[in-house]
Ligand binder design. Structure first.
Ligand code: B12
Length: 193
């Protein structure tokens, strides 16, 4: 397990958020995967970053198989509910494009940092990546449609001030972190535009 993600050798990147249940969460924003795609785009020199959220794509697998052909790195965002839907995608990569580096991260790995990921995954990230930057170029068209039609979402903070026994925040013992007002206003501005 690394403590800091090695960004060298990464340029043509795909960030994937699989579905997490039989029904897609269409129209929902997947903040974790979005933050990661935005981070790669900002932190990796000359990055070519693609983002695919199964919840918000028709023909998801066809698009995935096409994009993955010319990637050097694919990152998957994983809650425990997504494992079942993410593993077949990773198997597909290892079978058809064995040279592609597969990285997984997300709340499942943060909760279970000692779990053996098996041989299919090249690197497991058990910590958060920077999340202060959400680039609107990655917002899926289906989410945009929902924003135009109905209502838009803006993230105003992270974690939570309560300590519910069932929630990851209790295990991690993390505190509520509000976003600075100027960043929230900038996000509202982007959403309105
Ligand atoms: C928002 C949310 C939802 C929303 C999701 C929609 C949306 N708009 O995103 C709604 C309300 C729909 C929802 C529903 C459910 N949720 Co929920 N939800 C959350 C919540 C509160 C916040 C997640 C979030 O956006 N965080 C902000 C982002 C920026 O953080 P992040 O995702 O952790 O990402 C960071 C890191 O993990 C890492 N990272 C993430 N992906 C990747 C990928 C790579 C490659 C790398 C390197 C790093 C990396 O870097 C990111 C940036 O720092 C979390 C609790 C929490 N505080 O985390 C629970 C949580 C994710 N939910 C949980 C659960 C159980 C559910 C439900 C099953 C509840 C239920 N019984 O119905 C349903 C599932 C519905 C479904 N079909 O998926 C659990 C998951 C536990 C687990 N073991 O995985 C959590 C952790 C709460 C808990 N109980 O502890 N949820």
């Amino acid at each position: 397990m690394t403590k800091e993600l090695d960004l060298s050798g990464m340029r043509r990147i795909l960030v994937v958020n699989s579905r997490s249940g039989p029904a897609k969460l269409a129209g929902q924003v997947m903040w974790g995967a979005w933050a990661v795609a935005s981070y790669f785009k900002t932190a990796v020199k000359d990055a070519d970053v693609k983002y695919l959220d199964e919840n918000n794509e028709d023909d998801f697998f066809a698009k995935f198989a096409e994009i993955v052909k010319d990637r050097d790195t694919v990152g998957f965002s994983v809650t425990s509910m997504q494992i079942k839907y993410t593993l077949p995608l990773i198997r597909y990569i290892k079978e058809h494009h064995p040279g592609v580096r597969v990285i997984t991260g997300g709340i499942h790995h943060i909760l279970f940092p000692g779990q053996d990921p098996g041989k299919l995954i090249d690197e497991v990230v058990t910590y958060e990546l920077p999340r202060d930057n959400f680039l609107y170029e990655f917002l899926p068209e289906k989410v945009r449609e929902g924003y135009r039609r109905d209502r838009a979402q803006v993230i105003t903070g992270f974690n939570c001030s309560f300590k519910c026994a069932f929630c990851v925040n209790s295990v991690r013992n993390c505190r509520y972190e509000g976003k600075p007002v100027d960043k929230i206003l900038a996000d509202i501005d982007d959403v309105v535009k």
